[in-house]
Design a protein around this ligand. Sequence first.
Ligand code: CAO
Length: 415
Amino acid sequence: MGKALDGVRILDFTHVQSGPTCTQLLAWFGADVIKVERAGAGDITREQLRDIPDVDSLYFTMLNHNKRSVTIDTKNPEGKQVLEALIQTCDVLVENFAPGALDRMGFTWERIQELNPRMIVASVKGFGPGPYEDCKVYENVAQCAGGAASTTGFDDGPPVVTGAQIGDSGTGLHLALGIVTALFQRTQTGRGQRVLAAMQDGVLNLCRVKLRDQQRLERTGMMKEYPQYPNGEFGEAVPRAGNASGGGQPGWILKCKGWETDPNAYIYFITQAPVWAKICNVIGKEEWATDPDYATPAARLPRLKDIFAEIERWTMTKTKFEAMQILNKYDIPCGPILSMKEIAEEPSLRKTGTIVEVDHPTRGKYLTVGNPIKLSDSPTEVRRSPLLGEHTDEVMAELGYSPEQISALRTAGAI
Ligand code: CAO
């Protein structure tokens, strides 16, 4: 079966996490992704957080599936010529260097346009134009500058960063959408364009509901579904809401059987209004279904702490999976807190290709997260990440270089 992006060639100049997640997605959709790396070193993540000496790290292998790797020294004049040949034959250049690095290499937007006016140049940067545009940025900087950290954690503690890589992988996703959109527009205009996804913007986009709450707070001085209500204080900015639900249906994380020893014996419980009577029945508080102090969502808001404490008395008598099974029977929305170990071992995720076992020539077998986006006509086959420079000769031959020319360029240190 063909793939959605068959025929699209990506010059992948990305490194670390944000850019590689974007190009990995494009590769999974069928694009030919040619990753350009420096000879001898490569993407810095190849050697970061290694669990096996001298073997590409999981950090690298899990972000670079289905790609080809070529080594080019793009600061060497002959290496630059090879890069120019690649620019002329690719559809998209994706990069996430520090601001200005591509220009310093001599590949300005104008120069790339001269070489290939159809080229789409897609960049991840930490910040968009403005006071911080020249700054280098990593994941947690973006989480802090994008509004995630100030709104995550508990009211009585410091700001907290989340384990979900919303700054890196989140921005990679945003960039991938920008690229396919630009490819679509190119079918009408015939022209390339620049695509920018700033990590601060990407994080803020994912924190949209908190900007909603900022404005609600400014208008009304309080937010009744926040744990600060009714007894705590609200300041000028959206406070940290602990585990409160971000939406209109109040929720909280509750202990389950075994919580004393298992750090993940918890369940997320949502007191969704349409199933309130069922919740009351399940926890043995039938009278709450009709009691005017509890019967309506508005009446419950000032009592949420007590309500969740009562529900927790019930969840503590069940394991998270037992609770999940019972609650689902009554359509009560809830979710067990799953550890990475439980997720890695979950058979249904293996079956759908969301967790995939991959074989690697030097590492052996390892688990990775497969393509979370499933296309019915473009299924994803996860192939191992390339070794450094594994495809240099192959790609050079495709560009028309003879074996003698390739060997001369290698001797000159250009590839
Ligand atoms: N041949 C020759 N030189 C190469 C090369 C190649 N194949 N590939 C890269 N280089 C050079 C670059 O040209 C650059 O050189 P100059 O600084 O002399 O212009 C240099 O390598 C390093 O690039 P960098 O500044 O991007 O790398 P860094 O490790 O110092 O910074 C990072 C890393 C991530 C902070 C920075 O790239 C950045 O801010 N990127 C944008 C935001 C981003 O994506 N952050 C998320 C990263 S994932 O957490």
